[in-house]
Ligand binder design. Structure first.
Ligand code: GDP
Ligand code: GDP
Length: 455
């Protein structure tokens, strides 16, 4: 059915697997030969989306990943047609309608040199009922002389007919700017497009810190969830545990329980294993031993979490062993050595007695929420605008780099892109990151800020 087709289409867009959110979908519709495929190639910036004209076979939608000004979106190409089939107009409109139903916005492509045909009319009628944002493309406007042809299309009532030459690239930048204004940040059809399983957690930390004790404590008090797909005799690598009514997937529990890290005693293998677990997790709980001084290995493990860009929770275990002196030392160590992760939620627990283990889930949820936060572009830019007005970048060699535009290019973790007129000082970038955190929170998530300098 439709939803299944959409899911299959999405599998073709490989790098979207990295995204947690579903970018908005733009359906490119129009009758055969108006230049849809040429336009799609132009938008996605490569030449692969060439139509395979298999006679008698209609291709359904194919999805392509696209990006404009740092914003990801998906282009749904409605495919090719066998020419001369009976009732083509109706079929084209039907196929276009299917694509439009699941799209957040529509690019309606018309051949400006030909004008409106009966097949175009069928699509126009369908689009008028669709109630979707429509951007009208007057394609094949290869030169100035075609502007008048394009203007004739005003009469369709879909707003300004953007004169474009998909073949030569003329007018496509303006077209995409206009399209993005119509696009929401995320697809409204994400429920159809994503079927996310349980949240994936990695418990990491140096040997003997209490990972397996914590796991046993969590699994023991909760109903162990049996994974149907796993064989009964097989030792599951990951374990599904229900906590507070939700199922969580704990990564590499087999490794934790078997204490494989002890077998070699090697920090190198332990860190490989940690890294492998993190790759498959969404959020990391770094266990630290509250009763012992922080070690280099602890700091290294936290660094691995940061490198992999996962959400983070710090859990100080063995709190039952603490005395007052150690408690004061610990706070000093945290201030000094863990200052770079002061944004991470911290819980003090005892895996042995179960003390405070109910604090784990709220901390995981906080970090995951931050990790998936998307700041709308408008809100982000007004924040940056006010920030820069109050604290302008220092003048360097008579020049002062300006920030033209900011956008959040992805989540999991949140990444921000600043379009600037020059390089920003590292100190100024850190200042912006700090203010982003102050203003928007991001508790428990790393955030990244990059620049794109425009001359
Ligand atoms: P589709 O059937 O709507 O996907 O159309 P295609 O992308 O396959 O293009 C149909 C024909 O129109 C091809 O021969 C293209 O090279 C040509 N074409 C597409 N865009 C333009 C354009 O902007 N200007 C000109 N002159 N030809 C174009
Ligand atoms: P792992 O190597 O990180 O999996 O650590 P384990 O869970 O095997 O724990 C190592 C040792 O620390 C065991 O002897 C545990 O009983 C002990 N331990 C774990 N958590 C606590 C705790 O909260 N308090 C105390 N006192 N001991 C603990």
């Amino acid at each position: 059915d439709d939803d299944q087709q959409i899911l299959e289409g999405f599998e073709e867009a490989e790098s979207f697997a990295e995204l947690d959110f579903v970018p908005p979908v733009v359906a490119v519709v129009g009758r055969p030969n108006v230049g849809k495929s040429t336009l799609v190639n132009r938008i996605i910036g490569r030449r692969q989306a060439v139509v395979e004209d298999v006679p008698g076979v209609t291709r359904d939608r194919v999805f392509y990943e696209a990006e404009w000004n740092g914003r990801p979106f998906t282009v749904a190409d409605t495919g090719g047609w066998e020419y001369g089939v009976k009732g083509l107009a109706g079929k084209v409109a039907e196929q276009a309608e299917r694509a439009v139903q699941r799209a957040d916005a529509v690019l309606f492509v018309v051949d400006a040199t030909v004008g409106i045909t009966a097949t175009d009319e069928a699509i126009v009628t369908m689009l008028r009922k669709a109630n979707k944002p429509i951007t009208l493309v007057a394609n094949k406007a290869d030169g100035q002389s075609h502007e008048a042809d394009a203007a004739m299309l005003w009469g369709l009532g879909f707003g300004y007919p953007w004169p474009v030459s998909a073949l030569h690239g003329r007018g496509t930048a303006d077209l995409l700017d206009a399209l993005l204004e119509e696009l929401p940040e995320e697809s409204a059809y994400k429920d159809v497009l994503t079927a996310r399983g349980p949240r994936r957690v990695a418990l990491v930390g140096r040997p003997n810190v209490g990972k397996s004790s914590l796991l046993n404590s969590l699994a023991g008090s909760a109903r162990a969830v049996v994974d149907d797909t796993a064989g009964t005799t097989r030792d599951p690598v990951d374990e599904l545990i229900e906590l507070d009514g939700d199922i969580w997937e704990f990564i590499d529990t087999a490794g934790i329980r078997r204490r494989q890290h002890m077998a070699s005693g090697s920090d190198y293998y332990a860190s490989l294993r940690t890294r492998a677990a993190l790759e498959r997790a969404e959020v990391a709980v770094v266990l630290l031993e509250a009763s012992q001084p922080l070690s280099e290995q602890d700091v290294r493990i936290i660094q691995i979490v940061l490198d992999t860009g996962r959400a983070l929770v710090l859990a100080f275990n063995k709190w039952d062993l603490l005395d007052e002196d150690r408690r004061l030392d610990l706070e000093r160590e945290v201030d000094l050595d863990l200052q770079h992760v002061s944004w991470a939620p911290r819980i003090n627990i005892s895996a042995k007695t179960g003390w405070h283990k109910n604090r784990l889930v709220p901390a995981l949820e906080t970090s995951l929420d931050s990790w998936e936060t998307r700041i709308p572009t408008g809100k982000l830019n007004s924040f940056i605008g006010e920030l820069v007005a109050a604290h302008p970048h220092p003048v360097r060699g008579g020049k002062q780099p300006r920030i033209l535009f900011a956008t959040q290019s992805s989540t999991r973790p949140p990444k921000f892109v600043l379009f600037t007129t020059g390089f920003l000082d590292p100190g100024y970038r850190r200042f912006i990151i700090n203010r982003l955190r102050q203003y928007f929170g991001f508790e428990g998530s790393p955030i990244e800020l990059t620049m794109r300098v425009r001359e």
